[in-house]
Design a protein around this ligand. Sequence first.
Ligand code: GDP
Ligand code: GDP
Length: 455
Amino acid sequence: MPQPVVAIIGRPNVGKSTLFNRLVGKRLALVDDQPGVTRDRREGDASLLGLDFRIIDTAGYEDDDVATLPGRMRAQTEAAVRDSDVSLFLIDARVGVTPLDEEIARWLRGTNRPVVLMANKAEGKAGEAGIFEAMALGLGDPIAFSAEHGEGVADLFEALRPHIEREDDEPEDDADEADAILKIAIVGRPNAGKSTLVNRLLGEDRLITGPEAGITRDSISVDWEWTDFEDQPRKVRLIDTAGLRKKARVEEKLEKLSVMDTLRSIDFAEVVVLLLDATRGLEVQDLKIADRVLQEGRALIIALNKWDVAENASSLFNGVKGALEEGLSQAKGIPVLTVSAVTGKGLDMLMKVAFETREAWSRRVSTGQLNRWFERAIEANPPPAPGGKRIKPRYVTQNKTRPPSFVLFGTRVDLLPTSYQRYLINGLRKEFDFGAVPVRLSLRAPKNPFDHSKD
Ligand code: GDP
Ligand code: GDP
């Protein structure tokens, strides 16, 4: 999948190179000296608060003969716009809109290509008039930005995100997501009943494709359909469980739970079912697997198997719930279901919950909704002031799904204590029904607003 491409355009001296350098960070641009169109072009890998893209800078011809400048610039700009998914059109907020800016804007309006208008050098009062003028360019409201001081980063992120995220990150819409094949792994200790469960779930008649070597050399997956409660077929891919391997008659060692095996299946799954033998309860090994699933950002469901032979059902169930909460920091809300792989009881419910959990895991919350919640949360429980210094959280945005990940911006938010971060994460979880899906929160203080974590 090629990276999304962003072009920086604008007349000379508006701050294109400064922006380019900030976005690319230390990974310096190579000059692409392909003859012709791309002649003056610098390109680099950029990262903005977790959004990754390729960036093209069209600066670099200021030394040219002034007389030919507009023409050259136009060719350069046209090429960059044509080759990119979205363009950042910079004006200088201190100078205001110039005739050349207007000419570029007129041309851009005619191209129907996505454009993000940026009023750069907007720090302080000197930029205010320019921001206002830029509104008249007919390219939407400008982002008040300062490439030099790193202001306006959150707004730039918001404006770029819809153009940058690709299908491999995001489903186009919810309908597609619900229809997409559910990738599920069933893990657990030996004898928990994994193979029995797989056999029961598949049933020979539901087997669409036979077990076949898949994703990695010795991993196996099998596709089948589950008929949901509305009698609709739902596509499911079972990933590399020990149960499948038995079915495929792959040579089998004395089966010992190998961490590597489990990790590999977790890696390819969206939802992981941790199967427990109810007659044996929850053991340390199970907690380790559960913890790992959550650490890897996968959605976790716990299924208590062999419920047909379970004694003292309710105390058993509560015992497992209690042990989970004690042993696992993020245990709250993790679905715990009772099933019998032998009788088939509870398996439809298990699949239903698996689909619902995947939906939560993939859910995107709008920035508006998010910040309405956020303001209430901050007001209800203002953040502390360590050493008398106020922490001012300002803005929160969801930068990823699968699992849902959020970025919090504000002054000194990097000093927020873990307990307060947990308060916010739990609030997010509750407000937007994430259940037990792992929710991530990262903190960005504006003194370091450009994310170069990959440098
Ligand atoms: P380019 O010709 O469009 O690539 O512009 P440059 O990146 O070379 O910037 C032109 C001048 O504007 C330089 O002196 C920069 O330091 C300055 N500049 C860039 N961004 C900002 C900003 O956000 N605020 C201020 N005040 N100056 C800036
Ligand atoms: P695996 O090692 O996790 O794949 O476990 P198996 O599927 O081989 O099952 C281990 C043992 O538990 C077998 O004897 C199964 O018949 C039994 N078993 C599996 N599921 C159930 C169940 O729901 N109820 C009962 N009573 N026994 C089960």
